[in-house]
Design a binder for this molecule. Structure first.
Ligand code: 13P
Ligand code: ZN
Length: 277
């Protein structure tokens, strides 16, 4: 058994450093104003045990949405009401490491969430999305929610039909269909922070890695922080190009045939029912 080294400063724990760096980047992008956005990442015991006592702090938080599927799983999660900008200055106050109890009804706090902080109010969407993504991708680890500016803007001026929304995004930048060939899911507007929006989000995650919450933001999932952030960055870039060109007279675009050729060239299968070529 490796000894727990509690003297390691938080920012030298690799997965804490990673969370601190990505949240700071996201704030700098202007996506995570105030406490906007939240991230959860599945942790392996071998990553945690050198730094954190797996016996926990004694603090237990109950869940209003039982997740027995995640029993025993550990996560690093952003705190509710906490600002992404501040994570790097005080990780222990703005993040926590939690483990789902055997019955799936609570989480044990293993580290962080100091000052009686709680995990994100979107924990239901995170946990339920983890459950669905793990079913289709055993390498899945990360759920990231952010208030990506142009994605939000686009949900005011574009139809919310997810096939049409996906096609427009694909047409905005050549790389899009290669990065998210499965397209994006789009929910109707809903009150955030509930088990209901969690279930609806997770339902969309059965077939894809991106779900858009109109007039609110985006959820992205993936196996690494780079991949997940890169996915959201690509959707946001396409939404930005859409917003820059909306209202201008469009002289040309990427045709359905060209999108099909792209998909073929990069060996990806685009979601069906979107392209006419
Ligand atoms: P939290 O501060 O509880 O994570 O909420 C932020 C948010 O983006 C809600 O959708
Ligand atoms: Zn939000």
């Amino acid at each position: 058994m490796m000894e727990v080294n509690r003297d390691v400063p938080a920012l030298e724990i690799p997965f804490i450093r990673e969370m601190a760096e990505i949240t700071y980047h996201m704030w700098k992008f202007g996506w995570d104003e105030r406490n906007g956005g939240n991230i959860s990442r599945i942790l392996e015991e071998a990553e945690v045990s050198p730094y954190i006592d797996l016996n926990g702090t004694g603090r237990v938080i109950s869940l209003s949405f039982p997740v027995p599927e995640l029993a025993g799983k550990m996560f690093v999660v952003t705190g509710s009401g906490k600002y992404f900008r501040n994570v790097i200055a005080d990780p222990g106050m703005n993040l926590g490491v939690i483990r789902v109890t055997a019955d799936g009804e609570h989480v044990d706090v293993l580290w962080g969430f100091s000052g009686n902080t709680f995990p994100t109010s979107e924990l239901a969407s995170h946990f339920m999305s983890h459950i669905e993504r793990l079913k289709v991708d055993p390498a899945h680890r990360i759920v990231m929610h952010t208030h990506a500016t142009n994605v939000i803007a686009m949900t005011f001026v574009h139809e919310l039909d997810e096939k049409k929304f996906t096609k427009t995004l694909w047409q905005m930048c050549t790389e899009c269909i290669v990065v998210f060939p499965e397209g994006v899911g789009v929910l109707p507007w809903m009150v955030p922070g509930s088990a209901e929006i969690g279930r609806k989000t997770a339902d969309k995650m059965k077939d894809g890695r991106v779900v858009i919450w109109p007039h609110h933001g985006i959820f992205g999932t993936g196996s690494t922080m780079d991949e997940t952030f890169g996915l959201i960055e690509t959707v946001e870039k396409a939404a930005q190009v859409f917003m820059l060109t909306a209202g201008h007279s469009i002289k040309q675009t990427i045709s359905d045939q060209e999108l099909s050729d792209l998909a073929k060239a990069f060996g990806v299968i685009p979601a069906s029912g979107i392209l006419e070529a």
